[in-house]
Design a protein around this ligand. Structure first.
Ligand SMILES: [Zn+2]
Ligand SMILES: [Zn+2]
Length: 466
């Protein structure tokens, strides 16, 4: 046996990505994500970790989304002392996202104690701000393409996955005597032709592939120009009604992409320059980080910069950093656009805006990202006529719109096209990071189209790699 892989998350779900990879006497954890969404999944975050965290030699992060890095402070809290390898942009975004995550955990525990609805007395957070600060000390950022020696005979390389800035495929190469094996963890694969981001890098030689399948049974359908057209329509319809267009968006990635698109639409005269408010300190900070990471931009964004364009600045952009500034937005009269977090309506300032704006028909809520099962976002998308926010039922009168093509994930056609570029079939392809139907569909398509052997691993299942 050359290596062993154990699936500790992202099986039958898009959350909780965690793969234990054992080789050359080392224990590595590829991604260290938090389970989110359904309660039965969230409870897994509290289970004892299946290996002693003190025995894990290193963690490798594919990108900074919480479903890929949000368990890390818990791992550190339980004794993990090794390095955390990731790209520089991933490190910068993790600082933001993990601090925010600890804050949310602490808030949840405080809330549970106040209301007395926790089984644990007192309710404890999954991890604290202090745990996050110590785990941030373990970060060891690396550039794309750099050789990272994990031990004699095993090297790691990050390759641009085009999903969010800093996102990477973890490309592991094991050399033992004359035997060379390459194992590729896709993390989340970006959709091609997105603003700011590079297309996912083509890889060629892979023996074992671990590939995501979020959109394994769906197509984005529309081209980027069609999506911009849709966005213009939603913005202009909302102007006609004089409402507030509330866009829940992940602070990292989606917010910046929206700013880019809106600026483009304004430049072309497709929408008038409306007041746009970013109401999320994290999104404001993520936008500032994005503005600095120009060497990770795609060529088109870099060329716009050469022409003197500020690619993330629509004409009438405002930010609400403090709580007072956020509250003041309740008095804002439409038409205007609010961009706020969290993207799936699981917490954050967006909830206050929904409470205020959902009951009025002139307003619009626009989804531009994937809404996982069990989230409020999914409930609204599914046409619920009321949703519970802060313990109160809020009637839904506002227009609910979805533009799915904005997803940061490649759809199955884009993934198949990427796989077609491999020089040879992998010995085994493991399908992960999808709801069950999506993973199954992705597996069937890979078998049918490419005739590759595929496996859909179950939670906790291990496989020997030879
Ligand atoms: Zn992601
Ligand atoms: Zn993910």
């Amino acid at each position: 046996m050359l290596a062993k892989i154990t699936f500790l998350g992202a099986t039958g779900t898009v959350t909780g990505s965690k793969y234990l990879f054992e080789a050359c006497g080392k224990k590595l954890l590829i991604d260290c994500g938090l389970f989110q969404g359904l309660k039965e999944l969230r409870l897994r975050n509290w289970d004892a970790f299946s290996v002693n965290p003190a025995e894990i030699d290193a963690v490798i992060l594919t990108h900074a989304h919480i479903d890929h890095c949000g368990y890390l402070p818990r791992l550190t809290r339980q004794g993990f002392k090794g390095p955390v390898y990731c790209t520089h942009a991933t490190q910068a975004f993790c600082e933001l996202l993990l601090r925010d995550s600890a804050h949310l955990q602490e808030e949840d525990a405080r809330w549970a104690n106040k209301k007395g609805f926790s089984k644990h007395k007192p309710a404890l957070p999954l991890y604290t701000t202090q745990d996050v600060e110590s785990c941030l000390q373990q970060f060891t950022p690396r550039h794309y393409g750099e050789d990272i020696n994990l031990c004699e005979g095993m090297r790691l390389k990050f390759r641009d996955a085009g999903h969010i800035l800093g996102s990477a495929f973890a490309d592991i190469k094991i050399t033992r005597g004359n035997t060379i094996r390459k194992i590729l963890f896709s993390g989340d694969i970006g959709s091609p032709n997105r603003p700011i981001l590079n297309d996912p890098v083509q890889v060629y030689e892979v023996d074992y592939l671990i590939v995501e399948s979020t959109y394994g049974d769906r197509l984005h359908g529309d081209s980027q120009s069609a999506r911009e057209h849709d966005l213009a329509r939603v913005i202009n319809d909302n102007i006609t009604r004089g409402g507030i267009l509330v866009i829940p968006a992940f602070a990292v990635g989606r917010t910046q992409e929206l700013l880019y698109h809106i600026r483009e639409l304004e430049n072309r005269g497709a929408v008038p320059p409306l007041p746009i408010y970013i109401d999320s300190p994290m999104a404001i900070n993520a936008t500032a980080i994005t503005a600095k990471m120009q060497n990770d931009y795609d060529l088109q964004a870099r060329m716009l910069m050469l022409d003197g364009q500020e690619i993330l600045k629509p004409a009438n952009l405002h930010i609400a950093r403090s709580v007072e500034e956020s509250k003041a937005l309740h008095a804002v009269k439409g038409p205007a656009i609010f961009i706020s977090a969290s993207g799936m309506l699981e917490g954050g300032r967006i909830l206050h805006h929904l409470q205020e704006r959902l009951p009025k028909a002139e307003n619009t809520v626009l989804f531009v990202g994937y809404q996982a099962e069990g989230t409020r976002g999914r409930a609204l998308q599914g046409g619920n006529t009321e949703v519970k926010i802060h313990g109160q039922m809020v009637p839904v009168k506002a227009h609910i719109e979805t533009i799915s093509g904005f997803s940061g994930h490649a759809d199955y056609r884009e993934i198949l096209a990427w796989l077609m570029g491999f020089n040879r079939p992998p010995k085994q392809t493991f399908i992960v990071h999808g709801e069950p139907d999506a993973s199954r569909a992705m597996g069937e398509k890979i078998q049918k189209q490419l005739d590759w052997p595929v496996t859909i691993p179950k939670h906790g299942q291990s496989f020997e790699l030879n």
